[in-house]
Design a protein around this ligand. Sequence first.
Ligand SMILES: *[C@@H]1O[C@H](CO)[C@@H](O)[C@H](O)[C@H]1NC(C)=O
Ligand SMILES: *[C@@H]1O[C@H](CO)[C@@H](O)[C@H](O)[C@H]1NC(C)=O
Ligand SMILES: *[C@@H]1O[C@H](CO)[C@@H](O)[C@H](O)[C@H]1NC(C)=O
Ligand SMILES: *[C@@H]1O[C@H](CO)[C@@H](O)[C@H](O)[C@H]1NC(C)=O
Ligand SMILES: *[C@@H]1O[C@H](CO)[C@@H](O)[C@H](O)[C@H]1NC(C)=O
Length: 288
Amino acid sequence: MMLSFILLALLAHASPIKCLNHLQHKMNIIILAGQSNMAGRGGVVNNTATGVTTWDGVVPPECQPNPSILRLSANLTWVEAREPLHADIDYNKTNGIGPGMPFANAVLGKDPKFGVVGLVPCAIGGTNISQWQKGEFLYEQLVKRARVAVKSGVYRAMLWFQGESDTVNKQDADLYRGRLERFFQDFRSDLQTPMLPIFQVALASGSGPFIEEVREAQLKLNTRIPKVECVDAKGLPLEPDRLHLTTPAQVKLGQMLAASFLHSLCNNASHPTSRSSSLIISNDYGGG
Ligand SMILES: *[C@@H]1O[C@H](CO)[C@@H](O)[C@H](O)[C@H]1NC(C)=O
Ligand SMILES: *[C@@H]1O[C@H](CO)[C@@H](O)[C@H](O)[C@H]1NC(C)=O
Ligand SMILES: *[C@@H]1O[C@H](CO)[C@@H](O)[C@H](O)[C@H]1NC(C)=O
Ligand SMILES: *[C@@H]1O[C@H](CO)[C@@H](O)[C@H](O)[C@H]1NC(C)=O
Ligand SMILES: *[C@@H]1O[C@H](CO)[C@@H](O)[C@H](O)[C@H]1NC(C)=O
């Protein structure tokens, strides 16, 4: 009785630690890319009378800085990461809370020995998938920043949250799947990491009416290419603009991405050649 209790306690404790042990000592490079909801607009309020947008400055505990979380700044130096993570990247816009800090804090919360997390912010608000195709400015910047980052560590994942801009025209929404797939494959190929794990977010909102078409492409991509996981943001709370996730929504999303990342890492360690699992992490707001 007592023995089985201890055994259960040990098992419950041992599984997440064991599957993360192989990492150690190298900076864990996490690339962040996409549009405004990846850059972060949580807590950004638009004064409709004046048209001026400001960030409320609220940084919840899940988004606080940590000496083990660094950020590759716009000038390509590593600094301690702080909200708003994309302030010097998406510099024409008012940035707020995004999923990057709650993701990193959640991973370190699960395993304090994970090592240093090196976040590489690259998201730009209002961009469409065509602007992220190989040869375009945003794509080349992304590859450049990733290559600089990896000199200090090892690629662990790209977190990708984009597609709101591709919901305006039916044709763009229908072409989204092919464009997304080509982008992921070109990016992996240029980084010489054909199995780079990619964690993408299925849309919670869009600039136009064709949201479900884009979501379908996102939710099914893992059946077409390996090592692409999807977490579903549908139903997470939005700012009054109906487009941007609130700060609590971004905290939740960061934690969902961390759960998917850790799940995939554990799968990977025990079955290094396994294809992407079909796990889809949903939020508790009734979406997905
Ligand atoms: C803020 O609101 C004004 C008035 O509704 C609008 O013209 C402007 O585009 C909005 N700005 C942003 C950044 O959302
Ligand atoms: C690079 O950017 C960081 C963060 O914004 C800043 O602290 C640092 O002074 C900058 N370094 C140079 C050489 O400009
Ligand atoms: C900022 O705006 C300028 C002027 O429109 C533009 O040239 C530049 O590409 C923009 N940069 C970003 C990161 O949005
Ligand atoms: C994507 O955005 C760019 C820049 O705003 C624009 O020139 C282009 O027409 C858009 N492309 C598509 C396919 O929507
Ligand atoms: C999974 O394993 C592959 C090959 O061993 C490695 O390249 C990749 O980075 C691993 N994934 C993660 C999330 O560490």
